[in-house]
Ligand binder design. Structure first.
Ligand SMILES: [Fe+2]
Ligand SMILES: [Fe+2]
Length: 282
């Protein structure tokens, strides 16, 4: 018997492949076939000493991973910011300045922290959206039993009919949101059937989901982040929408993934960076 064979399951080195395997199994294909995300520094064979799970791997998150002795970060959103390439007159300089990234630029700060400390980053966007994001946010809102069970287009009922205003109070309490939330529509309108549009589904690029919610006879949508084009669509359609936060709405999925990994790998150093909305209101 060689050394590898003599190791028990719990003593075997855990690699990044082991952490993403449950998601691959859920979706039914290898991560290489997912439409987005992937590795920066390292790969599936990287041995995991500790892993930090988060929504976006910003500078403070990378620093926390280093402090918590995590050599792997799994994040949901992109690691780097990319500027759109546009023609004049939408650019002051022609040709443009090539998007220089001086030391203060978030991309430079993140890249340096990661490379100097040999951190492996795996961005798991589509994978986590499919694996747990929708279910975790809907559950946090208390929406468990869909009356229309149609994947991400499902419609849920509230326990009782209430006004938009009452629903806002209910959501703020459930999600522990202090400060104000942005809302479109009549606050006194009575609602019962709800669409759950987590993350960036409330952005106008994703207007499909709002149109489908209205077609599926929802009375109201609760979204992650919404922009003003989306608000104008909702207003013209006479459909109320309540915004929570992109980040906050997806952090329930991060927590759920972390809990499932901790159950599978009880000895592993698994950390999260969960902070709620990335801004304050007053
Ligand atoms: Fe997402
Ligand atoms: Fe997102």
């Amino acid at each position: 018997m060689n050394n590898t064979q003599s190791l028990s399951e719990s003593e075997k080195a855990i690699t990044v492949a082991d952490l993403i395997q449950p998601i691959e199994e859920h979706i039914g294909c290898n991560y290489m076939h997912w439409p987005d995300g992937g590795f920066f520094n390292g790969g599936t064979n990287t041995e995991v000493k500790g892993v930090l799970l988060t929504w976006m791997a910003g500078a403070s998150t990378i620093k926390q991973a280093i402090k918590d002795r995590c050599n792997v970060i799994i994040c949901h959103e992109p690691l780097f910011f990319h500027e759109k390439d546009e023609l004049p007159p939408y650019r002051w300089l022609t040709p443009n300045d090539g998007c220089k990234e001086p030391e203060w630029h978030p991309n430079s700060i993140r890249r340096k922290l990661i490379l100097d400390n040999s951190i492996t980053i795996f961005q798991c966007h589509y994978g986590l959206d499919r694996y747990c994001m929708y279910a975790a946010f809907s559950k946090a809102l208390g929406l468990d039993e869909p009356i229309l069970d149609h994947g991400w287009e499902s419609i849920f009922t509230l326990k009782k009919t209430m006004t938009v205003k009452e629903l806002i109070a209910n959501i703020k309490e459930r999600l522990q949101i202090s400060g104000t939330v942005r809302v479109v529509g009549d606050p006194d309108q009575e609602v019962l059937k709800v669409a759950s549009l987590w993350g960036g589904m409330g952005l106008s690029d994703n207007i499909y989901w709002l149109r489908r919610a209205i077609l599926n006879k929802a009375d109201v949508a609760i979204c992650g982040e919404m922009n003003e084009f989306f608000m104008q669509f909702a207003e013209d359609a006479g459909f109320p929408v309540i915004e929570t936060s992109h980040k906050l709405s997806e952090e329930y999925g991060i927590a759920s993934y972390a809990a499932s990994l901790q159950e599978k790998f009880p000895q592993l150093n698994i950390r999260t960076k969960i902070e709620g909305r990335p801004y304050y209101t007053f």
